[in-house]
Design a protein around this ligand. Sequence first.
Ligand code: SF4
Ligand code: SF4
Length: 74
Amino acid sequence: MTTRSYTSNGLDPDITWTVDLDRCTGSGECVQACPMRILILDEGKADCVDIEMCISCCACVNACPNHAIVHSTC
Ligand code: SF4
Ligand code: SF4
């Protein structure tokens, strides 16, 4: 499994956001769903550009039709 994964260093509790690149098709629902606008598509795959801004709302996890995103508190 190839992933992009980020762990925060200043949140309480710290969280980890991971996308499985084998599952991600670049459909973009997660990018649209994130209220903090910290998700982008990079080379056709989801990416998180600022994990410290994540509010753990789980919108990205719930929006992904391919269950490609894992969030440590969702
Ligand atoms: S919604 Fe899922 S499949 Fe679509 S870009 Fe986001 S992580 Fe990838
Ligand atoms: S959990 Fe919420 S704030 Fe964090 S990346 Fe997903 S949609 Fe954005």
